[in-house]
Design a protein. Structure first.
Length: 197
């Protein structure tokens, strides 16, 4: 019963955050959406930031599961890089609300976050989903610093394409985000193979 009540509260919170953003949401509004009293919400969560953090943590767990499952049986580091990168990109391409949650984009692009401790925990989970790409880059011959730099550029490229896709702006270029991401990955792998070859 407790798990189902918590899940109902999180579903209600997701709806409220989608509609009002972090700043506009309130425990009272979340409780109303869930059909509970604010006191019932507080028995599960300390504040709305804790609720947002719980939603984001669930999203990051699903992201990590998708990345972990990708590339089983792949032999080369280049193929592994492609499988892992396509896994996180594909997850966010198929789940735009998870991208919004991960970047606090429910009310526009502005720097914001949760508590410092919660931000650190959630950022660590996101970085865990990206580390397999970094490890593959190192297996392709890059040092730790260069692999981090390439992985950061890969993530930035992918997130930019995802934003273009989810806002519909990609249509003005007549392009497909998935194809552009795949082309970037192929180019990256070829560049690193040429460098090491």
């Amino acid at each position: 019963m407790n798990d189902s009540r918590r899940a109902l509260m999180l579903d209600a919170a997701r709806s409220v955050f989608d509609r009002l953003g972090i700043e506009g949401a309130s425990i009272r509004e979340i409780a109303k959406q869930a059909g509970y009293t604010p006191g019932a919400i507080y028995s599960y969560f300390d504040n709305k930031e804790a609720i947002y953090g719980a939603l984001l943590a669930e999203s990051l767990e699903r992201l990590n599961a998708a990345v972990d499952a990708a590339g089983d049986g792949v032999m080369s580091a280049g193929d592994l890089l492609e499988a892992k990168a396509n896994a996180w990109f594909g997850f966010y391409a198929a789940n735009p609300r998870d991208l919004d949650l991960g970047f606090y984009l429910v009310q526009g692009v502005r720097p914001r976050g949760l508590t410092a401790e919660l931000n650190e925990q959630l950022n660590d989970r996101l970085h865990e989903a990206l580390k397999p790409c970094e490890a593959a880059l190192q297996a392709m011959g890059l040092g730790a610093e260069a692999a981090l730099r390439e992985n950061t550029a890969l993530f930035a490229h992918g997130v930019g394409l995802l934003l273009l896709q989810h806002t519909g702006r990609i249509r003005m270029f007549g392009q497909d985000a998935m194809m552009l991401f795949e082309a970037y990955l192929i180019s990256l792998v070829e560049r690193l193979q040429t460098r090491s070859g």
